[in-house]
Design a binder for this molecule. Sequence first.
Ligand code: ATP
Length: 206
Amino acid sequence: DKLVIGVTGGIGSGKSALTREFEKLNVIVVDADVVAREVVAVNSPVLTQVAQQFGADILLSTGELNRAKLREIVFSDEHKKQTLNAIMHPAIRNEMINQLHNAQSPYVILSAALIFENQLDKLTDKVVVVDVPETLQLERASSRDSVEQQQIQAIMASQWTRQRRNEQADYIVPNDGAIALLAEQAKNLNTKFLQLAADKLINVAN
Ligand code: ATP
């Protein structure tokens, strides 16, 4: 099967910034956040299931998911959260596998904040970790989302530590400099991954 490269990193580390550079190099990127939205598109089987479970009033008049309402429902109820996850997680995982399988580039990227936490590294050959100091993570994520650093800190506490992630990395991309430096690192890694993809093809053929 095709070479799959995971891209991960904590909130605000710069996964999207890095994968944008790979997209410029014509690499297909499957983004876990995008897939999570796609599986609950209007009239999708998963959204229907969620509405059956949580009531039709989690739908907006447009038929779209009322995310704020759903978030509110599961926020204070661990059991409901688990029920939701039991519907969502397998659907997201299957759709990811589907998109990775259908990607028309020599290799494909799977980008997700929780690759290690959710054992998505079972779907990848190599994992790139985007690495920034926590202070920079806090700064960038809070200014991007216009939220208090405290809120970002709570999310960081639910993710693996910087050290633990970096220890599991096959490649570490520091992102404490300019975006131009990310572009350069993407270019170098792309050369490496194209070679790995070619090697993998040969191995399959033999
Ligand atoms: P999340 O896990 O929350 O989706 P992410 O890892 O995808 O985050 P990005 O959205 O790519 O992170 O980056 C977080 C913020 O930091 C964005 O506003 C982005 O524009 C900015 N940013 C990323 N890299 C750099 C950089 N090298 N220099 C300046 N700003 C950056």
